[in-house]
Design a protein around this ligand. Structure first.
Ligand code: ZN
Length: 188
């Protein structure tokens, strides 16, 4: 299955090489432009199907994702599960559910997102669900590119695990080589 997933990312041109400033503040020679793949409904649908299959048999009342990529993934995952979808947005330093979204106390929430690097946006989304009294039952991501194992306190499923090199800015050899740092578009 990893081969199939990797092929989809390659075919959509989602894998970029260079010197990139990631949303996490880390630098990397590779950037995954998630929107290159999310623009194709058939790829997005297939990736969400893999997440849906993984969580089959578990009670899920709604799917939540962090904006921006998570909006699309939450919608498609929820569509396949026959439940509703909501998204959390960053307002100043916190991520919250706006748009009059509600979670009833005890509702089972599946969180989905595109690319996990440090888990920051997912942790913020978990906090947003907690604050409304929902119960996060699991997390599904397209790609886990975290350089180390991340414990989010609930089961984490990723369609694809990749180990991409990331550097702290002060230790980045690409910076040392004076290669221009790019802040890719589409980062949320
Ligand atoms: Zn650098």
């Amino acid at each position: 299955m990893s081969d199939e997933i990797l092929k989809m990312f390659k075919a959509s041109g989602a894998i970029k090489e260079g010197h990139f400033l990631l949303n996490s503040g880390l630098h990397s020679p590779v950037y995954w432009e998630k929107f290159r793949i999310l623009q194709y409904p058939h790829y997005t649908s297939r990736l969400c199907q893999i997440i849906v299959e993984h969580f089959k048999g578990q009670k899920v009342d709604l799917v939540a994702g962090p904006a921006t990529g998570g909006i699309i993934l939450a919608f498609e995952t929820a569509r396949q599960m026959g439940v509703r979808s909501i998204f959390a947005e960053r307002v100043r330093d916190v991520r919250i559910f706006r748009r009059d979204f509600e979670i009833a106390p005890g509702e089972h929430v599946l969180i989905v997102d595109d690319i996990l690097t440090t888990g920051g946006s997912i942790r913020e989304t978990i906090d947003a669900v907690d604050s409304l009294g929902g119960l996060v039952i699991g997390i599904g991501v397209l790609i886990n590119r975290s350089p180390k194992e991340i414990d989010l306190g609930v089961p984490l499923f990723s369609c694809l695990n990749i180990s991409t090199t990331v550097y702290l800015p002060e230790e980045c050899p690409l910076c040392a080589a004076n290669i221009p740092l790019l802040k890719p578009g589409g980062q949320s």
